[in-house]
Design a protein around this ligand. Structure first.
Ligand code: TXA
Ligand code: MG
Length: 342
């Protein structure tokens, strides 16, 4: 199959282009489009056959549930079997936006979408392209990040083509995504909401919106087998693997600049200093990202860029252990192995 790339204005997407892509979706094809977080690979969430194509194109294991994207809150609610009060509060504050709410699912969502779970992750994305596309398609879109399974998430249309050219019908190219890392996933099914995946909306903001604390990791017995959960207080989300978002180049992490000393950094290595100003090192390339928002925005493009440099190792100096860095740290832990193990 030939993959069409169609350019669209992110602010005012051309109606005819959106209609063309919406028609492909209604016909059961796959279309990649920009949300504010990363590019998603969309399919009609109500069609089992269309959704199966997502798993095939990505090489995604079928035990990893997909997020269902709606054009607005009213549309999202139609695909919930129940709408808990916590979901209502969080949706009022956080939608449209980088927030996914896990709630009981409606029968109209086939079980292939949710990997057999009786819950569904719902999200109303923010971009004019995503919302316009969903509204025109007239159906909710199941959309994981538009990368090959376990690879780095795409924040530019060329990233999507690098992974999926020839495997999908169309990509709408509206430029770089603004947030850069995937949505915060919150489980709203229990008595106390719980973060399943840290993201752009942090725990303190969610608690402010709820007017009550979130469930901590002590409340979740299953959390300990997830690398992220172990050090970030986040419960386990099905299908989320400790190794994820990984470059092909061996990637290792250290906690501080001082720890670089033991690694004998040389001209074949790349050093990424995240949230740290570091003295010069004699590496092939050395990149510093100091601001958490900017680091999230640039993280995946930077990892893909580093992967193209044919380096021996990518060595990441991890950001400080502060709430503002929580989501970026989570993604970096999944993209790397600790230096001691590397
Ligand atoms: O920002 C995002 O969320 C992007 C854009 C495209 O919207 N999508 C995304 O999808 O990151 P994906 O498939 O790469 O990640 C979906 C995450 C997984 O961690 C999955 O386990 C969790 O959401 N998830 C989805 N449905 C769930 C459910 N019913 N229960 C628990 N976790 C769920
Ligand atoms: Mg993904």
């Amino acid at each position: 199959m030939e993959t069409q790339t169609l350019l669209v204005d992110p602010q005012a997407p051309d109606e005819a282009v959106l209609e063309h892509a919406a028609a492909l979706l209604r016909a059961g094809q796959l279309v990649a489009f920009a949300t504010e977080t990363v590019y998603g690979l969309g399919a009609d969430a109500t069609s089992e056959a269309a959704v199966r194509k997502i798993f095939e194109a990505k090489g995604r294991p079928s035990d990893n549930p997909l997020i269902v994207h709606a054009a607005d809150t009213a549309m999202a609610q139609r695909y919930a079997g129940q709408w808990p009060q916590a979901a209502q509060w969080l949706a009022e504050h956080g939608w449209p936006g980088p927030l996914t709410l896990v709630v009981p699912k409606a029968a109209t969502i086939p079980s292939v979408v949710t990997a057999g779970l009786d819950t569904v992750g719902l999200r109303v994305p923010q971009t004019a392209v995503a919302r316009g596309l969903i509204a025109r398609a007239g159906v909710p879109l199941a959309a994981p990040s538009a990368n090959r399974s376990e690879h780095i998430s795409p924040t530019l249309a060329p990233h999507v083509l690098d992974d999926l050219d020839g495997a999908i019908a169309c990509v709408l190219d509206s430029g770089a995504t603004s947030v850069g890392i995937e949505s915060t996933v919150v489980d709203c099914c229990g008595p106390v909401p719980k973060i399943l995946r840290p993201g752009p909306i942090d725990a303190a903001t969610l608690e402010q919106w709820l007017g009550a604390p979130l469930a901590g990791d002590d409340d979740d017995a299953g959390a300990s087998d997830d690398a992220s959960a172990a050090d970030s207080g986040v419960a386990r989300s099905p299908g989320q693997r400790p190794r994820h978002y990984a470059p092909q180049t061996p990637a290792i992490r250290v906690g501080s600049f001082e720890a670089l000393g033991t690694l004998a950094i040389g001209p074949e290595d790349i050093v990424l200093a995240i949230g740290n100003l570091t003295p010069a090192v004699s590496a092939k390339q050395s990149i510093t990202l100091l601001d958490p928002t900017l680091a999230a925005q640039q993280l995946y493009a930077m990892l893909r860029y580093c992967d193209g440099l044919d380096a021996a190792r990518i060595v990441v100096i991890m950001p400080p252990d502060e709430p503002a860095w929580h989501a970026v740290s989570d993604r970096l832990r999944r993209a790397t192995v600790p230096a001691e193990a590397g």
